[in-house]
Write a protein that binds this ligand. Sequence first.
Ligand SMILES: [Cu+2]
Length: 676
Amino acid sequence: MKVFVSIALGLLGLVVAAQAVSVPQMQQDVNAFLTKTTGPLRTSLLGDLAGDFSPTADASAYNDGGKAAQRLVQEVNDGRTLKQKNFFSLFTPKHREEALMLFEVFINCKNWDPCIRNNAAYFRSRMNEGVFTYAVYVGVIHHPVAKGVVLPPLYEITPHMFTNSEVINKAYTAKMTQTPGKFTMGYTGSQKNPEQRVAYFGEDIGMNVHHVSWHMDYPFWWQDKFGYSMDRKGELFFWVHHQLTARFDAERLSNEMNFVDELYWDRPIVEGFAPHTTYKYGGEFPARPDNTNFEDVEGVAKIRDLMIWEDRIRDAIAHGYVTASDGTTIDILNDKGIDILGDLIESSTYSVNPYYYGALHNTAHIVLGRQGDPKGKFKQPPGVMEHFETATRDPAFFRLHKYMNNIFKEFKDRLPSYSKEDFLWEGVELETIEIEGSLETFFEDFEFSIGNAVDDSQNVADVSLTAVVKRLNHKPFSFKMQVNNNKGAAAVASARIYMCPRRDANGVAFHPNSGRWGCIEMDKFYVELAPGANTVIRPAEKSTVTIPDIPSFDFMKEKTDAAVAAGADATGLEEFGRSCGIPNRLLLPKGKENGLEMVLMAFLEDGEADKADDFTIDVNSEFGGTHAHCGIRGQKVPDKRALGYPLDRSITDFRMTAAVPNFKTSLVNVYHKPSD
Ligand SMILES: [Cu+2]
């Protein structure tokens, strides 16, 4: 693993050791850059900047000899870049190009000071706010020099993308009248819409941050020249979206609704959507009525193109190989196949043949976002589907992902089933898997600042502006396993825990082979087993699927300023280093008042057989916290099993799983306690 990282860093020739700026100082800079991004930089919030900084003055500051900086300065000076006070969309090619130009300046900087921080200050005042914010986020995530810097919750930086128009309007009024305001934010739509019952999930601001962060950790535009190669990126794309869909389905069952159906290009989009969301600049997000028929989107794609790409992909699955750009074929009927397919379907720059297999996922997002105005007649801004932070608000998001998910399933079902020998871990018996504590969910109020939504002048004092929203949470609980290790010596086990809905909304039990596809991953970890009997208690809050609640931006600033004042070398914010990961409070689906029946499954196997090559297991380390869906930045996924193992492939003989002593299931119920 260490070899992997040093090779990765070596690619850019980065001299990390020469870094003299402390993490708190870097954090203070980032905090200042992201404070009120639509207003001028408040220089009083950060240390001194170079007085007459020019990005192109010192080519030796960059690993690319200053090429990226020269190109961007030229673009800006020629007036070719997106002006401020316009919306930014990553799916708009010109916007993305600019954000990547700035990202390239950052990623090529050899140090934080003067290179990164002065460039940030320089371009912040000259480039579009959305372009700048995106480049700062991905720059901080991927630049090795910025290791340890924590990114504030995006819902406080760009509240417009996370809050209803109604709340934003009230915030403007409060600001104009200088009256502090605390506004209740409801979920979009009315109870006449059945989809409203699960809007708390699609519109959960923490889940939205997870989704947008995943796409920042694994951007579809990533190229290895930026510093390192992303391990199993395509497979993670499949798995994170498969899990979002499976979780959405479990929420539907909790609310007496059946699993979401997939999207069909030749049938109407059943659910309409009225976002009730406004851009800071650019007007309202467009709405879409129920039962709209797909139309070609001018300048983007014909529906026929999407159908042809789908045909080619499914053809590759049927053949068992894909055709690369150079005409050679690559076998996909193996463990690596899912990764290749994920790259194709997204499609990312890792796709082996983007010209032939197209960009099904990315294009579908744009096409769905534009169905309200497919010919561009009404000059509407991009739809919610065209931003990763807003996409899951639209029920069509889950239909789209169910559709792609079924293509992935078609592939997984094409692979041979695992055998009993694959699963068996001789000498280890998992006697019981159960829950310690209770599986009980409830809604709680959560308050966050929306102060960044409104304009400001440095002469007028800020007033406190917050939104209050209901969020799903659960009581603390642990997984408890009784394990007999009869090997006569200590052993390290790799543990995987899933929870799977047992019955559909009509109460019909799932056949295990369709039920397994609805399983939600609860945790994946390494644990040491002493010889003899072991009781393994794994607190749910440690799950490598989830992240803890992200603190507020104000709290982060306080901690940072205190650390800088004390000359400390850490901010104390380390545990919030990753925004990718399902919020821990959403680990359980909502459940029902009288219980939602679920199958709790645990599987143990030999950690040494399961771990990735060159990976050293440390049972006390969580390897970056949320590796189950989000990998580890700049490193390999710790284990080499397929994501979703051992439930990812079809099971042909069920007597076999019953005869595997290191695999165990039990029935549990998830209860929901309604608010008073
Ligand atoms: Cu996504």
